[in-house]
Design a binder for this molecule. Structure first.
Ligand code: AMP
Length: 300
């Protein structure tokens, strides 16, 4: 089953304490589409400028990501730059240039409107709405977001919650959106705003899954070295929906496995800059780390 992903495609500049790289392939749609591609076909919706390197298009093609919904406009690709503190958890955004995103309208190829699994990766909620408006009868819609949209376009975001099956955000964003410090209480409040399912990410401390009468918790993979965590949230969302689409069902057991698959891809992503680690990854690597997660959390 195909997955439709809409989000940003970016040229990123990333600084850590030990390295700096410019013009990296980034953006929520890039990370999420590459992550989902380990599980099945992906249809990517987004926009790039005329400066977007051919090699990055080739990378999408090499992983079976269909870019028929990726518009190429005159002008520059969306550009983001960020810097990590020594602990690799705290990140400061240094600059954002919307560029071709300023006039972006994510219009879908007609045949893509029937796609059953939809990931509204992190972009402005108005654009996420615009994509949903075009979908016929999706089976499962997942939305991701970030603190910027909670601050600047809260009403659009709240309205979106009534239209999606699952919301993904991190612990800080859950508190910011609800004003509630307790994560279980914040989760109940968020679910009452629309989504039946909710995943709250806690960075290096793993993730919580909430549903009707359902709770599941998974730790993060114990990485000794994090090179670049950029895009881990997007990879989590992509791996999650990729697994759901491949399974073809959305019951509680499948969602638990989906959350673990999201964590698997996110953990690989942190091992290198940009999409470098995912480029060389095999399905066997993914399966082996999935088994490791199972071993690490089993007890009698
Ligand atoms: P994450 O580390 O999961 O928060 O995702 C980082 C990615 O999000 C980077 O590759 C950026 O290009 C992209 N990004 C940063 N800010 C925005 C924004 N305002 N809208 C869409 N994508 C963004």
């Amino acid at each position: 089953m195909s997955v439709l992903v809409v989000g940003s495609v970016a040229l990123d500049s990333v600084r850590t304490q030990s390295a700096a790289h410019d013009n990296l392939l980034g953006g929520s749609a890039s990370y999420a589409s590459m992550a989902a591609s380990f599980f099945g076909p992906v249809r990517m919706v987004g926009i790039v400028g005329d400066d977007f390197p051919r090699a990055y298009m080739d990378l999408f093609a090499s992983r079976g990501v269909d870019t028929a919904g990726l518009q190429r406009a005159k002008g520059k690709t969306f550009a983001w730059s960020g810097e990590y503190e020594a602990n690799m958890n705290n990140r400061r955004t240094l600059s954002v240039a919307l560029n071709v995103f300023e006039t972006f309208r994510p219009d879908l190829p007609a045949a893509w409107r029937e796609t059953e699994y939809v990931l509204l990766a992190n972009i402005a909620p108005a654009l996420q709405h615009h994509v949903l408006d075009q979908m016929r009868r999706p089976k499962f819609v997942v939305a991701d977001t970030m603190d910027l949209w909670i601050e600047t376009t809260r009403d659009d975001l709240v309205r979106l919650l009534g239209r999606v099956d699952m919301l993904i955000l991190n612990d800080g964003e859950a508190k910011q959106l609800t004003g509630i410090d307790s994560l279980p209480r914040a989760a109940a409040a968020l679910r009452s705003m629309g989504p039946r399912w909710l995943a709250i990410k806690k960075g290096e401390h793993g993730c919580l899954l909430f549903g009707e009468g359902e709770f599941f918790t998974v730790g993060a993979y114990p990485l000794e070295e994090v090179k670049d965590p950029t895009g881990c949230g997007d990879c989590f969302a992509g791996g999650l929906i990729g697994h759901l689409a491949a399974s073809g069902t959305v019951d509680a057991a499948t969602l638990r496995r989906a959350v673990v698959h999201g964590s698997v891809i996110a953990s690989f992503n942190a091992e290198s800059f940009s999409l470098k680690r995912l480029e060389g990854l095999s399905k066997d690597d993914v399966a082996a780390r999935f088994d490791a997660f199972r071993r690490f959390s089993r007890f009698e």
